[in-house]
Design a protein around this ligand. Structure first.
Ligand code: ZN
Length: 219
Protein backbone atom coordinates (compact mmCIF):
# COMPACT_ATOMS: atom_id res chain seq x y z
CA UNK A 1 0.00 0.00 0.00
CA UNK A 2 1.15 3.53 -0.56
CA UNK A 3 2.55 5.31 2.49
CA UNK A 4 -0.44 7.60 3.02
CA UNK A 5 -2.77 4.59 3.33
CA UNK A 6 -0.59 2.82 5.90
CA UNK A 7 -0.71 6.06 7.92
CA UNK A 8 -4.50 6.33 7.53
CA UNK A 9 -5.01 2.72 8.64
CA UNK A 10 -2.82 3.14 11.73
CA UNK A 11 -4.58 6.34 12.71
CA UNK A 12 -8.05 4.84 12.31
CA UNK A 13 -7.25 1.53 13.98
CA UNK A 14 -4.93 2.62 16.79
CA UNK A 15 -5.17 6.40 17.14
CA UNK A 16 -7.34 6.24 20.24
CA UNK A 17 -5.19 3.58 21.96
CA UNK A 18 -1.69 5.09 21.84
CA UNK A 19 -0.16 8.41 22.83
CA UNK A 20 0.81 10.64 19.87
CA UNK A 21 4.49 9.91 20.59
CA UNK A 22 3.95 6.12 20.50
CA UNK A 23 1.73 6.27 17.42
CA UNK A 24 4.27 8.32 15.55
CA UNK A 25 7.07 5.84 16.42
CA UNK A 26 4.86 2.93 15.26
CA UNK A 27 3.97 4.81 12.07
CA UNK A 28 7.60 5.69 11.29
CA UNK A 29 8.68 2.04 11.62
CA UNK A 30 5.69 0.91 9.57
CA UNK A 31 6.28 3.16 6.57
CA UNK A 32 10.06 2.71 6.77
CA UNK A 33 9.48 -0.89 5.55
CA UNK A 34 8.86 0.61 2.09
CA UNK A 35 12.30 2.24 1.93
CA UNK A 36 14.31 1.20 -1.13
CA UNK A 37 16.34 -1.41 0.78
CA UNK A 38 13.13 -2.74 2.36
CA UNK A 39 11.49 -3.26 -1.04
CA UNK A 40 14.25 -5.40 -2.55
CA UNK A 41 15.01 -8.88 -1.21
CA UNK A 42 12.42 -8.50 1.53
CA UNK A 43 9.31 -10.25 0.22
CA UNK A 44 8.43 -11.08 3.83
CA UNK A 45 7.92 -7.39 4.66
CA UNK A 46 5.15 -7.09 2.06
CA UNK A 47 3.67 -10.55 1.40
CA UNK A 48 5.19 -10.35 -2.11
CA UNK A 49 6.15 -13.27 -4.36
CA UNK A 50 3.92 -15.79 -2.52
CA UNK A 51 6.19 -15.56 0.54
CA UNK A 52 3.35 -16.53 2.88
CA UNK A 53 5.30 -18.70 5.32
CA UNK A 54 8.16 -16.20 5.52
CA UNK A 55 5.75 -13.31 6.04
CA UNK A 56 3.82 -15.07 8.82
CA UNK A 57 7.14 -16.00 10.49
CA UNK A 58 8.27 -12.37 10.22
CA UNK A 59 5.06 -11.18 11.90
CA UNK A 60 5.52 -13.60 14.80
CA UNK A 61 9.25 -12.76 15.18
CA UNK A 62 8.44 -9.07 15.39
CA UNK A 63 5.52 -9.69 17.75
CA UNK A 64 7.89 -11.63 20.05
CA UNK A 65 10.36 -8.73 19.83
CA UNK A 66 7.57 -6.29 20.74
CA UNK A 67 6.81 -8.27 23.87
CA UNK A 68 10.42 -8.94 24.89
CA UNK A 69 11.28 -5.24 24.44
CA UNK A 70 8.45 -4.28 26.79
CA UNK A 71 9.73 -6.80 29.32
CA UNK A 72 13.05 -4.92 29.17
CA UNK A 73 11.27 -1.60 29.67
CA UNK A 74 12.24 -0.57 26.14
CA UNK A 75 9.06 0.94 24.70
CA UNK A 76 10.71 2.55 21.61
CA UNK A 77 11.98 -0.87 20.42
CA UNK A 78 8.53 -2.36 21.07
CA UNK A 79 6.81 0.37 19.03
CA UNK A 80 9.28 -0.12 16.16
CA UNK A 81 8.79 -3.91 16.03
CA UNK A 82 5.01 -3.50 16.28
CA UNK A 83 4.98 -0.95 13.44
CA UNK A 84 7.14 -3.21 11.26
CA UNK A 85 4.91 -6.26 11.49
CA UNK A 86 1.70 -4.28 11.11
CA UNK A 87 3.05 -3.14 7.73
CA UNK A 88 3.28 -6.78 6.67
CA UNK A 89 -0.20 -7.61 7.98
CA UNK A 90 -1.65 -4.60 6.12
CA UNK A 91 0.16 -5.39 2.85
CA UNK A 92 -1.42 -8.85 2.86
CA UNK A 93 -4.69 -7.33 1.62
CA UNK A 94 -2.99 -5.15 -0.97
CA UNK A 95 -0.64 -7.76 -2.43
CA UNK A 96 -2.57 -11.04 -2.28
CA UNK A 97 -5.82 -12.04 -3.98
CA UNK A 98 -7.58 -12.42 -0.58
CA UNK A 99 -10.04 -9.60 -1.40
CA UNK A 100 -10.75 -11.05 -4.84
CA UNK A 101 -11.43 -14.47 -3.29
CA UNK A 102 -13.71 -12.93 -0.65
CA UNK A 103 -15.65 -10.95 -3.26
CA UNK A 104 -15.96 -13.94 -5.57
CA UNK A 105 -18.23 -15.58 -3.02
CA UNK A 106 -20.85 -13.01 -3.75
CA UNK A 107 -20.41 -12.60 -7.45
CA UNK A 108 -18.32 -14.89 -9.60
CA UNK A 109 -17.95 -12.15 -12.16
CA UNK A 110 -16.73 -9.54 -9.66
CA UNK A 111 -13.17 -9.80 -10.96
CA UNK A 112 -13.29 -6.62 -13.02
CA UNK A 113 -16.78 -5.28 -12.68
CA UNK A 114 -16.93 -2.31 -10.38
CA UNK A 115 -20.47 -1.61 -11.52
CA UNK A 116 -21.66 -4.75 -9.74
CA UNK A 117 -21.16 -2.90 -6.49
CA UNK A 118 -23.66 -0.26 -7.53
CA UNK A 119 -26.06 -3.05 -8.36
CA UNK A 120 -25.83 -4.01 -4.68
CA UNK A 121 -24.76 -7.53 -5.43
CA UNK A 122 -21.69 -7.05 -3.23
CA UNK A 123 -21.61 -6.26 0.50
CA UNK A 124 -20.19 -2.89 1.54
CA UNK A 125 -16.41 -2.74 2.09
CA UNK A 126 -17.01 -2.33 5.84
CA UNK A 127 -18.49 -5.85 5.90
CA UNK A 128 -15.33 -7.56 4.70
CA UNK A 129 -14.10 -10.42 6.90
CA UNK A 130 -10.35 -9.88 7.32
CA UNK A 131 -9.52 -13.29 8.77
CA UNK A 132 -11.80 -15.84 7.14
CA UNK A 133 -9.98 -19.13 7.87
CA UNK A 134 -11.21 -20.81 4.69
CA UNK A 135 -9.73 -17.98 2.61
CA UNK A 136 -6.50 -17.68 4.60
CA UNK A 137 -5.95 -21.37 3.77
CA UNK A 138 -7.52 -21.28 0.32
CA UNK A 139 -5.65 -23.33 -2.30
CA UNK A 140 -5.97 -20.42 -4.77
CA UNK A 141 -4.58 -17.81 -2.37
CA UNK A 142 -1.55 -16.18 -3.96
CA UNK A 143 0.34 -12.89 -3.97
CA UNK A 144 1.85 -10.80 -6.74
CA UNK A 145 5.17 -11.88 -8.19
CA UNK A 146 7.80 -9.23 -8.68
CA UNK A 147 9.24 -9.59 -12.18
CA UNK A 148 12.45 -7.65 -12.60
CA UNK A 149 13.33 -5.51 -14.45
CA UNK A 150 9.87 -4.62 -15.81
CA UNK A 151 8.38 -4.28 -12.33
CA UNK A 152 10.80 -1.41 -11.68
CA UNK A 153 9.36 0.46 -14.66
CA UNK A 154 5.91 0.13 -13.10
CA UNK A 155 6.94 2.38 -10.20
CA UNK A 156 7.96 5.25 -12.51
CA UNK A 157 4.86 7.00 -13.92
CA UNK A 158 6.25 7.67 -17.45
CA UNK A 159 6.99 3.94 -17.99
CA UNK A 160 4.13 2.49 -15.92
CA UNK A 161 1.80 1.68 -18.83
CA UNK A 162 4.67 0.36 -20.92
CA UNK A 163 5.64 -2.07 -18.15
CA UNK A 164 2.06 -3.32 -17.79
CA UNK A 165 2.10 -4.47 -21.42
CA UNK A 166 4.93 -6.84 -20.60
CA UNK A 167 4.00 -8.01 -17.14
CA UNK A 168 1.80 -11.12 -16.65
CA UNK A 169 -1.50 -11.11 -14.69
CA UNK A 170 0.14 -12.72 -11.63
CA UNK A 171 2.63 -9.85 -11.30
CA UNK A 172 2.64 -7.36 -8.43
CA UNK A 173 1.93 -4.64 -10.98
CA UNK A 174 -1.38 -6.21 -12.06
CA UNK A 175 -2.47 -7.67 -8.74
CA UNK A 176 -1.71 -4.89 -6.25
CA UNK A 177 -4.38 -2.92 -4.40
CA UNK A 178 -1.93 -0.26 -3.26
CA UNK A 179 -4.07 2.77 -4.07
CA UNK A 180 -7.59 3.79 -5.21
CA UNK A 181 -6.23 3.86 -8.77
CA UNK A 182 -6.56 0.04 -8.76
CA UNK A 183 -10.34 0.21 -8.64
CA UNK A 184 -13.17 -0.62 -6.26
CA UNK A 185 -11.36 -3.51 -4.52
CA UNK A 186 -9.01 -1.01 -2.89
CA UNK A 187 -11.77 0.06 -0.46
CA UNK A 188 -12.16 -3.57 0.66
CA UNK A 189 -8.38 -3.87 1.11
CA UNK A 190 -8.36 -0.73 3.28
CA UNK A 191 -11.21 -1.95 5.46
CA UNK A 192 -9.69 -5.42 5.82
CA UNK A 193 -6.25 -3.98 6.67
CA UNK A 194 -7.80 -1.70 9.30
CA UNK A 195 -9.68 -4.62 10.89
CA UNK A 196 -6.55 -6.77 10.79
CA UNK A 197 -4.55 -4.03 12.50
CA UNK A 198 -7.05 -4.03 15.38
CA UNK A 199 -6.92 -7.84 15.55
CA UNK A 200 -3.10 -7.80 15.66
CA UNK A 201 -3.18 -5.15 18.40
CA UNK A 202 -5.54 -7.28 20.49
CA UNK A 203 -3.53 -10.45 19.84
CA UNK A 204 -0.30 -8.73 20.90
CA UNK A 205 -1.64 -7.09 24.05
CA UNK A 206 -3.74 -9.97 25.37
CA UNK A 207 -2.53 -10.88 28.85
CA UNK A 208 -0.51 -7.68 29.32
CA UNK A 209 -0.41 -6.45 32.91
CA UNK A 210 -1.61 -2.92 33.60
CA UNK A 211 1.99 -1.72 33.92
CA UNK A 212 3.06 -3.24 30.58
CA UNK A 213 -0.06 -1.82 28.93
CA UNK A 214 0.80 1.63 30.24
CA UNK A 215 4.35 1.34 28.96
CA UNK A 216 3.21 0.16 25.49
CA UNK A 217 0.34 2.61 25.04
CA UNK A 218 2.41 5.38 26.64
CA UNK A 219 -0.62 6.64 28.53
ZN1 ZN B 1 4.97 -2.67 1.72
Amino acid sequence: MLTQYHIEILLNALGHHFSPRALSAITYANIHQDRLLGLFWHDEFHFDNNAFAKSYAYIEDQRALTISSLQKDDAPSAWAAFGRFLHTAQDFYAHSNYITLWLSRFDDSSQNKAERRDGQTLPAPSEVDAVDPSLLNHPDLCSGKVYYPFELLYFWPPTKNFSLQWLPPDSHAWMNLDSPEQGFKFDYAMQAATKRTVIEFEKTTVGFSEAVCQLFLDK
